[in-house]
Design a protein around this ligand. Structure first.
Ligand code: ADP
Ligand code: MG
Length: 250
């Protein structure tokens, strides 16, 4: 469903993504683990067309961002192609970014109404279903500040789902939460995975990666150093650096 092909990106002389290639099948839960600064967030931002890259391409079904050869020059993708691509991808990041002056329901219907042109009535009905799905059926009219961090993050998941994305990206969605709130958010992510959503999950929750992940990629210094099924990567890591990383995070 998604093909990342030879994507590289530098900030100045810092090569943050170094020839990254990755395939994600429909319905797959693909976890990405690795030390801080290894390029995980940058890769997700590329996958969401939030940032550009210096070479390579990313293909999602029939949508593509990346460089096209025109004679001897490489032509980059356009802003319109990026917007088209981004519309198919949902992102939930570490820091909740709900609109603070709008209710939970208004947050969830904003994208469908403003971007997709869905009628308000249809969007409200869909939002009610989504809020029930993330366990917030009774919070439609609450403001984000009235919710716990875990509830806010679940509302953010509902808001991303309201755009009917082909794939959901999670960037350490639980790492800013108090420990007692982590499980409720991981539970929603697990339910989403069981429902067949295609997901790319950057996480420090190794149990989640091992139990819910189908495949796990290990990043280090901008490269994918190990990539395989969750059980292979966790029980039979091939690289010493993976072994070291897992030891530090067990
Ligand atoms: P991770 O999510 O694995 O911790 P990041 O993708 O956030 O890693 O960062 C990878 C590298 O890119 C780090 O060295 C970081 O300092 C650098 N970096 C990330 N964003 C920027 C930016 N906007 N400008 C300059 N350097 C950046
Ligand atoms: Mg990060």
């Amino acid at each position: 469903m998604i093909r990342v092909r030879n994507v590289s990106k530098s900030f100045g002389t810092n090569r943050v993504l170094d020839d990254v290639s990755l395939d994600i099948r429909k319905g797959e839960v693909r976890c990405i683990i690795g030390p801080s600064g290894s390029g995980k967030s940058t890769l997700l931002r590329c996958l969401n067309a939030l940032t550009d890259f210096d070479s390579g391409a990313i293909v999602l079904d029939d949508t593509r961002i990346g460089y096209t050869e025109r004679g001897s020059v490489l032509k980059p993708w356009t802003g319109r192609e990026a917007a088209n691509f981004r519309r198919r991808v949902g992102l939930v990041s570490q820091h909740v970014n709900l609109f603070s002056h709008r209710t939970v329901l208004e947050n969830v219907i904003e994208g469908p109404v403003q971007v997709l042109g869905t009628s308000r009535a249809v969007a409200v009905r869909a939002a009610s279903d989504l809020l029930a799905r993330v366990g917030l059926a009774d919070k439609h009219d609450s403001y984000p500040s009235q919710l716990s961090g875990g509830q806010q993050q679940r509302a953010a998941i509902a808001r991303a789902l309201a755009m009917d994305p082909k794939v959901m990206l999670f960037d350490e969605a639980t790492s800013a939460l108090d420990p007692e709130l982590v499980a409720e958010v991981l539970g929603v992510m697990q339910a989403l995975a069981s429902d067949g959503m295609t997901m790319v999950v950057v996480t420090h929750e190794m149990r989640f990666a091992e139990e819910v992940g189908d495949t796990v990629a290990v990043m280090e210094a901008g490269r994918i150093i190990e990539d395989g099924t969750a059980s292979d990567v966790f029980s039979r890591p091939r690289h010493q650096r993976t072994v070291d990383f897992l030891k530090d995070h067990s």
